[in-house]
Design a protein around this ligand. Structure first.
Ligand code: AMP
Length: 186
């Protein structure tokens, strides 16, 4: 099953995608993880992406689409996958559709984790303390949320119009939320 996991930063997408990966036995593809690995490795792509990431802005579509196209060209995705953090705007959503229709493998379901803003700010502050991510500082978090509202939120409408979207309550304990996501795949 080819799944797109949507939701604001701090909605638990990464945690839930990791659990779904185990349950469904399909790869978890996070553009944020791929970009962080590129930054850490100091690759040319990482060097280009770093400034935007540190500011909480989106990395250019060209870079991200190149990464995704390469990742979706690998053999381990034949049984499906979970996309986390991609698509992040309408250009990416349309490009993904085009790529997948070329492959004859359309998205099966888009799951949106819904969490209220107050919870998000609390969760991100906690993650900043635990993981020390350089883009979890308060100013950058605020910018990432504003980028989410302006550029990423319309992606839920994109999948909604195509009848692929299911909203899932992202508040509760991790296992309960995971079960809700699994139920939403039926
Ligand atoms: P994430 O781990 O998904 O929160 O992503 C961390 C950062 O990586 C974001 O704030 C963006 O700067 C960048 N990023 C991740 N995915 C994308 C994407 N699909 N398009 C553009 N930038 C992205």
């Amino acid at each position: 099953m080819r799944i797109v996991l949507l939701g604001p930063p701090g909605s638990g997408k990464g945690t839930q995608a990791a659990l779904l990966k185990q349950r469904l036995q399909v790869p978890h593809i996070s553009t944020g993880d791929l970009l962080r690995a590129a930054v850490k490795a100091g690759s040319p792509l990482g060097l280009k992406a770093k400034a935007a990431m540190d500011a909480g802005e989106l990395v250019s579509d060209e870079l991200v689409l190149g990464l995704i196209e390469e990742r979706l060209g690998q053999p381990d995705i034949s049984g499906g996958y979970i996309l986390d953090g991609f698509p992040r705007n309408l250009v990416q959503a349309e490009a993904l559709d085009q790529l997948l229709s070329r492959l004859g493998q359309p998205v099966d379901r888009a799951l949106e984790l819904t969490v209220d803003e107050e919870q998000i700010v609390q969760r991100l502050a906690k993650r900043a303390a635990e993981e020390g991510r350089s883009d979890d500082t308060e100013a950058v978090v605020r910018n990432r949320l504003s980028v989410y509202h302006q550029q990423t939120a319309p992606v839920t409408g994109y999948y909604g119009e195509r009848g692929l979207l299911v909203e899932v309550n992202g508040i509760g304990d991790i296992e309960t939320i995971n079960q809700r996501l699994v139920d939403a795949l039926d």
